[in-house]
Design a protein around this ligand. Structure first.
Ligand code: SF4
Length: 100
């Protein structure tokens, strides 16, 4: 089992405060300006630090829900090749880092 899957299982079933970082989560975290890094552990660190700096919770429930929402958003709206920023609910809050 890989790190991402292990984080999903540990967060969802056992309540561990972990963020599952896959390609979608990493890409969105960079586009949203939460990290400049690409290695999953580094992305996780930066996202948690960003949540804490913003006063948002970084507990297990928040991280699990955030991870799942970022994955769905990355599949449906903020895709790798053609992000649909015009249709995106995050547009007003997103610096669109790296988006042409
Ligand atoms: S505004 Fe664009 S870059 Fe930002 S999250 Fe939405 S689709 Fe992605």
């Amino acid at each position: 089992m890989g790190r991402k899957t292990a984080h999903v299982v540990r967060g969802t079933w056992f309540g561990h405060p972990l963020l599952a970082v896959d390609t979608h989560v990493g890409r969105l975290a960079r586009r949203l300006g939460w990290t400049l890094r690409s290695e999953p552990r580094a992305v996780e660190e930066d996202v948690v630090a960003q949540l804490e700096a913003d006063g948002a919770g970084s507990d297990a429930e928040n991280l699990t829900v955030l991870g799942l929402r970022l994955i769905l958003h990355g599949r449906r709206v903020c895709t790798a090749r053609a992000p649909r920023c015009g249709d995106c609910v995050l547009r007003e809050h997103c610096p669109q880092v790296g988006v042409a």
